[in-house]
Write a protein that binds this ligand. Structure first.
Ligand SMILES: Nc1ncnc2c1ncn2[C@@H]1O[C@H](COP(=O)(O)OP(=O)(O)OP(=O)(O)O)[C@@H](O)[C@H]1O
Ligand SMILES: [Mg+2]
Length: 399
């Protein structure tokens, strides 16, 4: 039996830290403090104040209490910054979608207070056990790679990739990285209103092996929690981002992030092929515009030649509500493929672009924002499904 296993067996206790506030929490905290199977390491009303214990406390489970009826994605993301320990959410009431959203965000359990202390302890022990097993099986994340592509300029690749990744970080509690692979004229950073000190060029030309720590030194954090690795500042530096460098970068990024969203240029080039090789979901953008549809059709043929799996391609119709004498079904019959997501044309978008703040953050109520949030949510759900499938296959292999 390993030391790790002994720690939670028999009389040994589970090291727990409590963050946040909700009705019924003080009583529960007191009861847990006295419970023989729990070692209550400490608590803090807000996550930031608990940062040092969260980071260095060798915690096995974090309980986070919330008064919100919806997923407190910011708090969850902040906790994940500090510790890999499983998180259990405590709430005094919840919206119907709270449990589902929480499970999608990899929350171990959701408990509505009041609860019998023994029920809470049972849930803590279960979360601790699962957390330990995950760490033993390599523990590492296997971030999902989402590539946003269109063979035409101006179809909304950068608008969508910035907004989707911002929503994943802000609304769905994901550790998300936006990678700007429009290497010559990338403008993801400007659309997000950030002024990065370092870009992908600095990262790939820096000496030494690339690992997660090094990657973290070159990304820029947006206020919504999203990390961004911008395109080189000068077009002539693009060619130093080679296919091999990018392949390694993506491997490292998948260990550090839940989701990596890649913005692209309208071409198939070496680094783009390296990205496609690792892409879990390709959002192929089109609009109600004949030349764009023609080129999207050609791209589908190229993707087939490259043996890119068709089930990973999701057609996104941007500016779907434009009155331009063409309809969704005409796009679908031209592409011989269904449209998976529709994104409306919305004045909120150019307004937000010019202010350097993604519409999904600046104007959350707009039609555009609503559809982007839904799209981001379905990526999160797809990630959960993919993980479950992997677990199931691993269990089959062991049987
Ligand atoms: N759904 C939308 N509603 C309104 N305006 C939009 C929408 N999508 C994109 N736009 C507008 O179109 C412009 C071009 O979009 P964007 O820069 O994202 O295209 P792109 O595909 O990244 O282009 P490029 O290939 O040149 O990088 C944006 O500045 C934005 O104002
Ligand atoms: Mg762009």
């Amino acid at each position: 039996m390993s030391m790790n296993e002994m720690e939670t067996n028999g009389r040994d206790t589970v090291r727990v830290f409590v963050t946040g506030l909700c009705d019924g929490l003080p009583d529960l905290r007191e009861a847990l403090g006295k419970h023989p199977e729990i070692e209550l390491v400490g608590s803090s009303d807000n996550v930031l104040e608990g940062a040092s214990t969260l980071t260095g406390g060798h915690l096995q489970v974090v309980l986070h209490a919330t008064r919100s009826a919806t997923l407190p994605a910011n708090d969850v993301a902040a906790i994940r910054e500090y510790t890999k320990a499983p998180v259990i959410l405590l709430a005094s009431g919840g919206s119907p979608s709270l449990l589902e959203d929480a499970l999608d965000a990899d929350i171990a359990d959701v408990l509505l207070l009041p609860q019998l202390t023994d029920n809470v302890v049972f849930s803590i022990k279960k979360a601790c056990h699962t957390g330990r097993k995950q760490q033993a099986s390599g523990g590492g994340r296997q971030g999902r790679l989402v590539t946003v592509f269109s063979p035409k300029g101006g179809t909304g690749k950068t608008v969508l990739s910035t907004n989707i990744s911002a929503s994943l970080a802000k609304h769905w509690g994901k550790r998300a990285l936006l990678l700007d692979l429009d290497l010559q004229f990338g403008d993801a950073a400007i659309m997000l209103g950030i002024e990065p000190e370092k870009t992908i060029y600095d990262l790939v030309t820096a000496p030494g092996e690339l690992d997660s720590e090094k990657l973290a030194g070159y990304t820029t954090r947006h206020a919504c929690g999203l990390d961004v690795l911008p395109a080189p500042l000068r077009p002539e530096d693009a060619e130093l981002v080679t296919e091999a460098k990018l392949a390694r970068l993506l491997e490292v990024a998948r260990e550090s992030y839940d989701v990596i969203v890649v913005d692209t240029s309208p071409f198939f080039h070496g680094p783009m092929l390296a990205t496609l090789d690792r892409t879990d979901e390709l959002l192929l953008l089109t609009s109600l515009d004949v030349p764009t549809i023609k080129n999207v059709r050609l791209s589908l043929q190229t993707l087939e030649l490259l043996s890119f799996p068709q089930d990973r391609i999701k057609v996104v119709l941007n500016r779907a509500n434009s009155k331009v004498g063409m309809q969704r079904k005409e796009v679908e019959s031209a592409l011989e493929l269904g449209v998976r997501y529709e994104i409306p044309s919305d004045r909120a978008v150019p307004l937000a672009v010019n202010r350097g703040n993604p519409a999904v953050l600046a104007d959350g109520k707009s039609e555009f924002s609503r559809s982007v949030r839904e799209l981001a949510k379905s990526l999160v759900t797809a990630q959960t499904v993919a993980k479950e499938r992997k677990k199931f296959l691993a269990a089959l292999a062991r049987a």
